[in-house]
Write a protein that binds this ligand. Structure first.
Ligand SMILES: [Zn+2]
Length: 389
């Protein structure tokens, strides 16, 4: 590939990744109708509503689709798969084929692979287990198959690093699908089988109704994202109910690194690590003073060789106090915006100078970073408690 082609391809990929970050549209009002009764029924029955039902992510809210319970992680993966179809100008039916396939192959989860399949040589197993080093929603062990579509690197679907990228995975699926002659008119299971070369070709058909319903739920958001891929992501999660004037822990997760010297340089905040796309909330009332990508790129995960906070939000709380939120997968606010304590501002990611999904949280007084543990404790918040709020 020539340099110009390479640059164009990389620009297109950046755009696609941006598009893959789902944005909210009124369709999610429809989700509420589905989700609320579930939580209500669970509450009525005296049963603890499951975390899956109550959770939310950048991709959406848990929902029941054609009788199948989907958690927020699955809905987020499904939205990305759908968004890529819309971004490529494909018919929504392409998304239906992709979603039926992903449901059969992985239940729409980004699966790593532990390489334990006995058919793999030790060298093949070693390559396959590289998948464990990438963000995933669970672990499988079928041959060398990875990701939502269970694509195989040995069959030439791509390198493990590529296959564990949800955008690449969906693009690879659609690239193969559009090569299938009459894919729009032949039975769904037949089109999926040509792409997948599965050992169980008849299994795809059972998910057609489910996939069609899921597509109709997600397609309007996918089209909206394709039409306007720039700017902050519109959040689909609600904020926390917090009394005005109070301070809160800004996200769920465990503290993985504290304030102070680390490997010879100053770590000016605390790291709180939860699952990818865990919501991040404003720690207190204030005004957003910055919401931007502060690294060379934020369209994908960063690394230690990349400088900056990635997607970062600063909030000015007045009286010289401010908070900073780094490495977000995406943010939902813009500079100048007033936010309340507990308001959604973004999602946990690994953009910028980062090697894993977390929130880098700083507290500053007159611009100087102070230990968030003490700063927050003075305001009644114990950051060691693992949940937000
Ligand atoms: Zn940090």
């Amino acid at each position: 590939m020539g340099a110009a082609q390479e640059a164009a391809r990389s620009a297109a990929r950046r755009r696609l990744w941006r598009i893959a970050a789902p944005i909210a549209v009124p369709i999610f009002a429809g989700f509420t109708l589905l989700v609320v009764p579930l939580a209500f029924i669970a509450g009525q029955a005296g049963v603890q509503a499951s975390a899956a039902v109550m959770s939310c992510s950048v991709g959406g809210t848990a929902a029941t689709v054609a009788g199948v319970d989907m958690d927020a992680v699955q809905m987020g993966r499904a939205q990305t798969i759908t968004n890529i179809a819309a971004a490529r100008g494909l018919d929504s039916y392409a998304a239906t084929v992709a979603l039926a396939t992903a449901q059969q192959e992985s239940r729409i989860r980004m699966l790593a692979n532990d390489g334990s399949d006995p058919t793999l040589t030790s060298a093949q197993a070693a390559t396959t287990t590289e998948s464990l080093t990438y963000p995933n929603d669970g672990i499988g062990s079928d041959h060398d198959s990875v990701n939502t579509f269970q694509q195989r690197w040995i069959s030439g679907w791509g390198f493990i690093a590529e296959l564990m990228d949800p955008v690449y995975a969906a693009e690879a699926f659609y690239n193969a699908l559009v090569e299938v002659s009459n894919w729009q008119t032949i039975p769904l299971a037949e089109a999926a089988q040509v792409v997948q070369v599965s050992a169980y070709p008849d299994a795809y058909a059972q998910w057609e109704t489910f996939a069609a319903e899921l597509t109709s739920m997600l397609w309007p958001a996918a089209e909206a994202a394709a039409a306007d891929p720039g700017g902050p992501t519109a959040g689909v999660c609600g904020g926390l109910a917090v009394p005005p004037g109070s301070w809160i822990r800004p996200t769920d997760g465990v503290i993985t690194s504290g304030f102070g010297m680390r490997n010879g340089s100053m770590h000016e905040g605390v790291d709180i690590a939860g699952p990818r796309d865990t919501p991040i909330y404003a720690a207190a009332d204030g005004v957003v003073s910055r919401a931007e990508c502060s690294s060379a790129y934020c369209d994908r995960d960063g690394n230690l060789g990349l400088g900056g906070y990635g997607n970062v939000v600063d909030i000015d709380h007045g009286a010289g106090e401010s908070t900073r939120y780094g490495h977000m997968s995406s943010y939902t606010v813009t500079a100048g915006q007033q936010v309340s304590a507990g308001g959604l501002i973004g999602y946990q990611g690994s953009t910028g100078n980062s090697t894993g999904v977390h929130l880098h949280f700083e507290t500053r007084v007159d611009g100087a970073a102070v230990d968030p543990m003490g700063f927050m404790a003075e305001r009644g918040v114990d950051l060691n408690v693992q949940t937000a709020g």
